[in-house]
Design a protein around this ligand. Sequence first.
Ligand SMILES: [Zn+2]
Length: 508
Amino acid sequence: MPAMTRKQFLQAMAASAAAGTLPAVLRASQPDPGETPTEELILTDAMVLTMDDTRRAFESGFVWLRDGRVHRVGDSTQLGTPPAGVTIRSLAGRVIMPGLVNCHTHLSNGILRGLYDEMPLEVWFSRGMWPVLDALDAKAANAGAELALLELMASGVTTIAGGDFGTPHADLLDGVLEAAHDSGIRAIVSRITVDSADETSPSQFIPAGYRETPQRAVDEVRRLQRQHDSERITVAPEALGVLRCTPEMVTAMHEVAVDSGAPYLMHAASSPEERTEALRRFGHGPISELDRLGVLGPRTLLAHAVWLDDGEIGLLADHGTGISHNPVANAYYASGIARLAELLEAGVPVGLGTDGASTNNGQNVWETMKMAMLFQKQRLERASFGSAELALELMTRGGAAALHMPERIGSLEPGKAADLIVIDARRAALSPPQTLVSNLVYANDRHAVRDVYIGGRPVVLDGEHQLLDRERVLARAQAAAQRVLARADLADYLRQRGQWQWQRSAKP
Ligand SMILES: [Zn+2]
């Protein structure tokens, strides 16, 4: 509430009483729909997977939510008599588990889904990459982010880390952050920057209009933090990559992260080409270069980390650097299968990510869990690798560790945020119940997620988002995608991409 004298306050009250409205000063002080206090609630009679340090799981348990946090968890028979006024919901036949943590996505890319499937490189260079980014203005990014969030949250995601470009449209991040705020999600949103003018590697080349100075990038991160940081939303700096950014930019972004207490994000070791080019430029791999620049600290989260040597895995473990493993997106670009088994063995904090809809294409975290296990079995030629339990742990407490938020999220324990999901176990794909945990991951029926709570607030109930209007989100996404395709001159390419003979409808 803005500072005002008692007299001003009373005058405002009197004026508004006369007009029959709420005074502006009180409207401004009202918590917005995403921040209203939550009711005290007990969810009981459900299977409860806590993901706590000892991995307790209750066949019939309860979770008690108070002031946006988990108050108590236990066996239903131990609940006792709650005080009057506490709402109790019986959830027999349901599973309650911590909300899912998606460690890597790009929210604005919600409207770019399907665009890049098998795109020829010459199209990608001429129209696919930079012209599309140029066409993504704040309004389109907001529409894309709402679409991505609608899908993510209905699938059970309660926390995301995702980056979007701060150039060429300075307000693109504002569009994304407003969508994150309105949706009720818990999010680390990074502002991606690039400044390298090295032209020797075409895939890493940055056109002039997308580069900026480190000082401008610092100023913009600070501005976004001032305008958008909240209990749920954290704006973080991101230097896109060690080849697409100068050392000055990489260290400047890390410094602003340290100074503001935010995480520091990067894409790293994503492709064999990146490794080859790093070896040529630096004489060592990308992770070793980040170590040389002093940015592998315990606030850093690296996306992909596919191409690593043993020494670099050791560096990641020594520094406690978080990793987002994105198996589906890596496969989309045939860029290799990460050394997940070795990363886990070394003790690196690893979470799972979908990556953006432009490189995945769904924001299907359940599929990501399954593929994380299957690709690793293939790589190791060892069917005994991993487990459904491991996949669920990576998508919850693993993600929390990778995002450096293990005290706040990732498991159902007293004092942690009440971020949880309720799954209908009585679905065909989740039956028979004797192998329910396996079914959750390997039969991955994401529509089994019925309710999603973030900070104790129901953001999805019975599959429907409570804060985003589905029809409006879909309509805005369609319109925004159309504008982007037209501006990037991709509409004809998309129409002629397949071999099928489409017959135009006779209807107007
Ligand atoms: Zn990415």
